[in-house]
Design a binder for this molecule. Sequence first.
Ligand code: HEM
Length: 147
Amino acid sequence: MPSSSSSDEKFFLRLGWLALLFFSASGVLLELFLAYKQPFYVDASSSTRRELLRLAHSHGGALALCCLAWAFTLPRLKATPGNHPWTYRFARYGLSWGSLLIPTGFALGAWGAENNDPGLGILLTPAGAFLFLLGLAGATTAVWKQK
Ligand code: HEM
């Protein structure tokens, strides 16, 4: 993991664009499931699985944009990670892990879905949400500490 503001910027630019590519491509996959009426996706009994896959796709796309927002914010901050180490550390680890775990949890929950219950993998989502909130708290504090 990077340790300075400029390497954080590079890291979040790379993560954000890669995640946006991946989760946009997952939208094409969902379109194909719909177009070819795949039973595991379109049947009434598969509504939980479809909902969870849609949530994985949409959260992945939106969280990728959040990573890019942090990458674009970093060069505008005058403070450096050296001045406020914990805010940057929270932002770095919280935003990156949260952005990965939330959609992964939805996708794994869809994978193991049975009788309208998500699979156990869904537990990654609340863990990711907690980390993401810590990340947002770090980023918000870093921005508000600007003189
Ligand atoms: C190539 C790009 C994309 C394609 C082809 C695509 C395709 C799709 C498809 C097929 C669905 C419907 C799935 C279903 O109803 O079963 C969907 C839903 C959704 N997508 Fe995308 N998507 C793309 C990019 C994105 C991005 C970048 C975001 C977010 C930043 C996003 C957010 C959403 C949301 C919020 C929904 C749920 C809408 C609802 O429930 O009514 N999509 N997308």
